[in-house]
Every structure is written in C-alpha cells, then in structure tokens.
Design a protein around this ligand. Structure first.
Ligand SMILES: [Zn+2]
Length: 378
C-alpha cells in the first residue's frame, strides 16, 4: 500500500496488535505537558496524547490493543480513553444506517498463554484438599499497584470490573500454546494455560464480549474446551453474579477461585471469537467453522498477519481460500508501530489476490468484519 492511498477510504482496522508495548507514557493523570519525551530502554517515552498519535500509524484507523498480562490493562484502557473517535462510515462501504463512532484504540484485556502459569489458581494438593484452591498471592498483586498481602489474587475480579465499567472492551489476548516453554522451568504448562483460558472465556461469555485467541499446536484442546463449556452451559443454565456469592463466605468477594463458581460462570460462550495470526491448516479452518458456527452458535473469525500467517505463502493462500470473506481479519500482531503499515498491506495484497477482488473492496470488507467481531456493528 502506498502513501497516496492514505485517504479516508483506505484506513485499515488492525484487529490484533501490541503497539502500546513500544511506548512508555510520562503522564498517568491525563495531563499532556509533553515533558520528558525521548527514548528509554528502547521504548518511546511519550506523553499520553503523543503516544496515541504515535501508535496510530498512517494507514491504521483503528487498532485493537491486546494486553498479555493484567499489568497492561490500565495502559490499554488509558490509551482507549485518550484516543480519537473514528466515524464508522469512513471505514466501511455500507451506507445509510451508520452514524456510529469507534475509538481509534480499542482496549483488550487478557492473559496470554505464555504467562498463564503466573495466574493460575494453586494446584490442588491431595494432602491439603480442603483449601487447595488457594490463589497465588505475593508478587502477583503488585502489577495493579495494590498492596501486596496474603489476600487471594483477584485478576478475575479485576477483569470483571473492567468489563462492567467499559462496554466496548474486548477480551484478548488469551489462548493456548502447546509449544511455548516457561523459561524458568523449560516446561509447557498445559494445565495452567487451560485453566486461565477457561476462566477468561467464561468472563467474556458472561459479559458477552468477543475474544482474540492465540492458538499454537492446540486446536484439539481449543475445540474440546469450547465444546465442554457449551455443554456445561446447557447443563447448568444458572446465573453468575459478579459479587455476593452466598457460598464464598460473605466477606470474600471473589468468586474466581471457587471451582463451583467458575463452573456456574460457564453458562455462556463468547458470542464471537477470532483465532489470531492463524497458522493452522485449511482443514482446521473448516472444522472450526463447522463446530463453532453450526454446533456452538459462536461466530469464528480468522486473523492473518504477515509476521506469522504469511511465513508460508502456500499455506496462507490455502487458508485464506478456506475462510469465507466475511470471516477474515487483517492484523499486524506487532509491538513495533513502524512495521504495521507494510505488514497490513502485505496481507491485504494476498487476500485481494486469493479472493480476486480489488484492494479497496477487500479493505472495506476486512474493516466491516473487525467491527462486527468486536461488536461495533450489528
Ligand atoms: Zn498477539
């Protein structure tokens, strides 16, 4: 995509990125005095307004900022609150009934599978069955600025509070990665990943939010978890309320570490999921479409990035061909904002070629898909 195409019709929605990781803001209180801009430890040090402007690369109209741990949730929320509002009519070709606006930076709250082991509830110890579901405490509460104490760690409460307060916030990045080893142990902690992923899915389902899913060599487990939660929802169509569980002992407001509460939350799957940086097979595309859309009533979108999905052009072509046009997303999956434009353009070019469409129509379709997935369009 060239600079001359940088008019309103060509603004692109980046459905999954981490560009906020490339900046450190100097003001947390909403002021914008512009002081202290520079570079610290390889990160741009910017005031809040400048950070938002910096993150929106030339072609990117809307960026879904994926957080990987709770320590990023506040940052992405701040960026969303500081960002411009974009007219939806500028992003899609469908005319008439649209006079809505969408934030240029959309905050997404999640826990990435690479870090799930830090947030899993403590394993049940057979010798200590009674209170084996004790949460991890200590350093896990430091990210939020909360006083470190022996109180249960409550990331689920925090996520629930964010989703309650901000109706446009998406859940991501969450998922499963069965090749990612924990650096300290050299092990892949599948159990931790599945535990945290299930909890995030349940929260997203409860708050009817879309999710962005990272899935590497774990499609069987992904499908199993989705089907299991769906089955539980049918068995126990009770209701989860965020606070005030009578069975948690009154003063303890967290229901997240009570397995019974977690099970009760599993009454609903997220309405729409996006499998981001898709790198599976075309067969798995078809299977996910069949299982999610036909059996589970969940819309499934597939995100394509240059950095991951286009490693093999042959595979990417087959996958793009297998995904219906209205389920395709384009994403950068980048933390470095300077790479975003070129990489989004490479994916758009490939989709235009495979689907035999002109780029303008591809961009409009991809934008519409992203806004539909995220719930900005009906
Ligand atoms: Zn990502």
């Amino acid at each position: 995509m060239t600079r001359m195409m940088a008019d309103a019709m060509c603004l692109v929605v980046d459905a999954h990125c981490h560009v906020h990781e490339g900046v450190t803001r100097v003001d947390d209180d909403g002021g914008d005095d512009g002081v202290g801009e520079g570079v610290v430890e390889g990160k741009q040090l910017l005031s809040r307004q400048t950070a938002v402007a910096f993150l929106m690369s030339r072609q990117t109209a809307v960026a879904f900022l994926m957080s990987t741990e709770p320590c990023q949730w506040k940052q992405v929320l701040h960026l969303m609150q500081s960002s411009d509002q974009i007219d939806v009519g500028r992003l899609i070709t469908r005319k008439g009934d649209i006079d809505d606006k969408v934030p240029a930076a959309v905050a997404c709250v999640g826990i990435h599978p690479w870090f799930a082991h830090r947030y899993v509830a403590e394993r049940k110890d057979p010798a200590n069955e009674g209170d084996g579901y004790k949460a991890l405490g200590g350093s896990k509460t430091q990210h939020s600025g909360a006083v470190v104490s022996t109180a249960p760690y409550t990331w689920e409460e925090e996520m629930a509070a964010v989703l309650t307060e901000h109706e446009r916030v998406v859940v991501g990045e969450i998922g499963l990665d069965f090749v990612a080893k924990i650096p300290e142990s050299g092990l892949v902690d599948r159990a931790a990943q599945q535990d945290v992923f299930r909890r995030c899915l349940c929260l997203a389902g409860h708050f009817e939010r879309p999710v962005s899913i990272h899935c590497v060599k774990a499609y069987e487990a992904l499908i199993t978890i989705l089907c299991d939660l769906h089955a539980r929802g049918k068995q126990a169509p009770g209701s989860f309320t965020q606070r005030g569980h009578s069975d948690t002992g009154g003063t303890q407001s967290s229901g997240g570490h009570d397995p019974a509460v977690a099970a009760r939350m599993a009454v609903r799957l997220p309405p729409r999921i996006a499998v981001h940086s898709y790198g599976g097979s075309a067969e798995t595309v078809k299977r996910l479409l069949r299982v999610c859309e036909r059996d589970l009533g969940v819309q499934v979108f597939f995100g394509f990035s240059s950095v991951v999905s286009l490693r093999s052009e042959r595979r990417a072509r087959a996958n793009i061909a297998a995904v219906p046009l209205d389920r395709l997303l384009v994403e950068s999956d980048r933390a470095d904002a300077s790479k975003v434009d070129d990489e989004l353009a490479a994916v758009i070019d490939l989709i235009a070629d495979v689907k035999d469409m002109d780029k303008q129509h591809v961009i409009a379709a991809l934008n519409q898909n992203a806004l539909t997935w995220a719930g900005f369009l009906p």
